[in-house]
Design a protein around this ligand. Structure first.
Ligand code: FES
Ligand code: FES
Length: 138
């Protein structure tokens, strides 16, 4: 991983001590994604508020490289309290900014897996997308 030491440390810390790792009972929805290049997966539970406009909280489970898991951990913290439409507007640059390191082209798919899972999960829940499982291919 390129970039400053501080950010590298932060990624390793999230990888070793993932925040919001686990399951939520009775989530609003659960969605899973995979990076087909390596088989790494992330499964995410999301709870929306009663108006279904704001994300209340998120938990995830996964098996994967440091970047994919740290990204899921950091994103789970950012998503708590975020308006759903802000999540829908996020893109890969937001994730790279969040990670704070230079991500090689090969590794961008690792970085954005969690974001794609969250976004597809929301879109499926609101009937805006019809999809079983997210992959980083599309
Ligand atoms: Fe950075 Fe593996 S080399 S996540
Ligand atoms: Fe599989 Fe990073 S190597 S998601």
């Amino acid at each position: 991983i390129g970039g400053s030491d501080m950010y590298r440390q932060q990624i390793l810390d999230h990888y070793k001590n993932p925040r919001n790792y686990g399951e939520i009972e009775d989530p609003t929805f659960t969605h899973t994604g995979e990076n087909p290049m390596c088989g790494d997966t992330i499964e995410m539970d999301v709870v929306l508020d009663d108006d279904e406009e704001t994300i209340e909280h998120v938990a995830f489970r996964g098996d994967g490289c440091a970047i994919s898991q740290a990204s899921a951990s950091m994103l789970s913290q950012e998503l708590a309290g975020m308006p759903v439409e802000d999540l829908q507007a996020m893109d890969r640059d937001d994730i790279i900014d969040m990670l704070g390191v230079d991500i090689s082209v090969m590794r961008v798919k690792c970085a954005v897996l969690a974001e794609k899972v969250a976004q597809d999960g929301v879109d499926i829940y609101f009937g805006e997308k019809d999809l079983d499982e997210t992959t980083t291919e599309d």
